[in-house]
Ligand binder design. Structure first.
Ligand SMILES: Nc1ncnc2c1ncn2[C@@H]1O[C@H](COP(=O)(O)OP(=O)(O)O)[C@@H](O)[C@H]1O
Ligand SMILES: O=C(O)C1=C[C@@H](OP(=O)(O)O)[C@@H](O)[C@H](O)C1
Ligand SMILES: [Mg+2]
Length: 167
């Protein structure tokens, strides 16, 4: 197995851990948010502001369906990708899908520190409600679930690879 997709909440480390894994193994690294930034020539937040979250979710699906289907790769997705069954079926067909499960308190801190970004489906109930709504979806589509509680990026990458049987 030489193709991994990381899914999970915003701030769970998909982009940062994905890059560490790809660098360590010499695999290609694709971040679907970066693909969207490249296509539109602007930062992700500017794209979301311009098109709205509903259209953003459609663009995200389109981006996933256009991903290369061969070659060693780590694919880091945006947290909202699980709202698209078509995108998730595709990712499951072309890679091993790993849910990075990071407890809410840790996510809170990371999201508060990060630059603002449009979160799909964010309502009055905030991150807690979003987590509850998405949790089932992340579980539904994951081949493997990695619980991350205090590991740094290198340790987290090692955990993911160990759990997926990549050495
Ligand atoms: N396990 C970790 N240890 C330390 N910092 C982390 C860890 N995971 C993520 N981060 C940091 O949290 C922030 C959000 O991570 P990011 O990879 O962008 O998450 P995502 O792509 O899932 O939204 C970044 O600054 C990243 O370096
Ligand atoms: O969860 C979400 O709704 C989103 C997560 C973001 O990516 P990360 O999960 O990499 O932060 C980005 O795709 C967009 O802002 C929407
Ligand atoms: Mg990311």
């Amino acid at each position: 197995m030489n193709r991994l997709t990381l899914i999970g909440m915003p701030g769970s480390g998909k982009s940062a851990i994905g890059r560490v894994i790809a660098t360590r193994l010499g695999w290609r690294f694709i971040d679907t948010d970066h693909c969207i930034e490249k296509r539109f020539g602007k930062k992700l937040q500017a794209v979301v502001d311009e098109v709205g979250t509903e259209e953003f979710a459609r663009i995200e699906e389109e981006t996933v369906l256009a991903l290369p289907e061969e070659g060693p790769v780590v694919i880091s997705t945006g947290g909202s990708v699980v709202y698209s069954d078509a995108a998730m079926q595709h990712l499951a067909a072309i890679s091993t899908v790993v849910f990075l499960d990071v407890p809410l308190p840790r996510l809170h801190g990371r999201i508060a520190r990060a630059a603002p970004r449009g979160i799909v489906g964010m309502g009055a109930g905030g991150l807690e409600e979003l987590y509850r709504n998405r949790f089932e979806l992340y579980h539904k589509y994951a081949h493997s679930i990695v619980l991350l509680q205090g590991e740094n990026l290198q340790e987290a990458a090692t955990r993911v690879l160990f759990q997926c049987g990549v050495s």
